[in-house]
Design a protein around this ligand. Structure first.
Ligand code: AMP
Ligand code: MG
Length: 403
């Protein structure tokens, strides 16, 4: 059996990032992967500007509270004023450029109107007070986002702040999904005796789409060797990755395994984790003879399928999409329940953070209970043979970092 890390290393070693990229407008950039570093051609902010509504002054003109100064000009955001005349104050608003000669802004709350249109400054300002310096966010020529960044709301905002209307992104990873299993019925259809609804097909699609992959549902593979070979070969023509669920249990006779072997190559990895063992990895198409697609066979049990996806396929897919950092950081949290039966394999338990900040475990950790995945907001990673009591620290991986 392989350890989690060994299996992941094998998988990541085979994950060649897609090369092609194209520019997309910011409105279409969410979830896409930056194909080139974004370098700023501007300074942000472009000029020293006021962080407050108030009065721009020269500190030397206000040595003590209660000084009355004539108001020489008014600078709203969006206009540039004149240099500050010695011994005067400038009415200024948040975001307006601070005029040359002024070296502090006094909040309007510390000023009052005096006689002859003068303003009385009731605070002794310190140098630079309430001034946002030019370039304090971004210097010209600074790399604001490195290649391989997954673009979320903040990154899109940052690109906009340096004036970029488009960003170069990696092309989407094209994924074909195939379901196996004669017991499966599609939602919306009556359930025949002995049947169960196909859940993996639907959550796998949602998972892949969540990472911005272009997903093709290639349907259900029928129980024929030639049919299976044909659908694999045709999926390989136009996809980067073919993913199946079910039918890879050790010793099971099924057509997916033999068809992948006939059309390319397949290895079956037994991995010492629970849930999730085994994982099939290979390729469809012969190298040098037309297009090849990577192949991953996930376990059929819905929880195993879900967890195996998060632990293995997620980092693999992100790496192929061109993302640099693909592994989440585990948090140490105090657990709220006991785990008294040691497991022979490393376990990833469905868990969630309770209002008191401790992490609780779903009571039924069976690999068929998909409710546990919807109930949970993360996984607790327990090494083999370990037991624990409520109150001990455990390693927690948040779905917020995984999905
Ligand atoms: P298998 O890996 O094919 O031996 O399947 C293991 C278990 O997962 C069996 O109980 C299957 O009925 C179930 N299973 C397989 N595929 C799916 C699916 N797409 N949706 C829901 N359950 C499934
Ligand atoms: Mg099956």
């Amino acid at each position: 059996m392989l350890s989690y890390e060994e299996a992941l290393d094998h998988l990541l070693a085979a994950a060649e990032p897609v090369a092609a990229s194209k520019p997309v407008p910011l409105s279409a950039a969410r979830g896409r992967i930056l194909a080139e570093s974004l370098v700023s051609t501007v300074t942000v902010p472009p000029l020293d500007n006021s962080a407050m509504d108030g009065y721009a002054v020269r500190c030397g003109d206000v040595p003590q509270p209660g000084i009355a100064l004539p108001v020489s000009q008014r600078i709203p955001a969006g206009s540039v004023g004149q240099a500050l005349a010695m011994g005067t104050a400038v009415r200024i608003f948040t975001g307006a450029p601070v005029p040359t000669g002024a070296d502090a802004v006094v909040m309007q709350e510390f000023c009052e109107h005096g006689q002859d249109g003068r303003i009385i400054v009731n605070q002794v300002p310190h140098l630079g007070q309430h001034i946002r310096r030019a370039g304090e966010d971004i210097a010209a020529d600074a790399v604001v986002l490195p290649t391989g960044t997954r673009l979320g709301a903040a990154e899109i905002g940052l690109a906009a702040s340096i004036g970029r209307a488009t960003v170069p992104v990696k092309r989407r990873l094209r994924v074909a999904l195939l379901s196996t299993g004669d017991e499966l019925t599609e939602p919306g259809q009556p359930l025949p005796p002995g049947g169960i609804y196909n859940s993996n097909r639907h959550f796998l699609r949602a998972l892949f789409e969540g990472y911005g992959c272009a997903v093709t549902d290639a349907g259900h593979v029928s129980d024929s060797f030639t049919e299976t070979r044909r659908s694999l070969r045709s999926a390989a023509e136009s996809h980067d990755l073919i993913v199946t669920s079910g039918g890879v249990s050790v010793g099971e006779e099924d057509h997916v395994k033999s068809a992948v072997e006939a059309e390319g190559a397949l290895s079956l990895w037994k991995i010492a984790i629970k849930p999730g063992n085994p994982l099939a990895f290979g390729q469809v198409g012969k190298v040098g003879a037309g297009r090849t697609a990577a192949f991953v066979g996930l376990p059929g049990n819905p929880v195993s399928c879900f967890v195996t996806f998060l632990l293995f396929l997620r980092p693999y897919v992100l790496k192929r999409m061109g993302v640099k950092t693909t592994l989440p950081v585990a948090r140490r949290l105090i657990v709220a329940s006991d785990w008294s039966k040691p497991e022979s394999r490393r376990s990833f338990l469905r868990a969630r953070i309770a209002p008191d900040g401790r992490v609780e475990l779903y009571p039924n950790q069976s690999s068929g209970v998909l409710t546990s995945c919807a109930w949970a907001d993360g996984l607790v990673d327990v090494e083999a043979q370990r037991t624990f009591h409520a109150g001990e620290p455990v390693r927690y991986l948040s779905f917020a970092d995984l999905l």
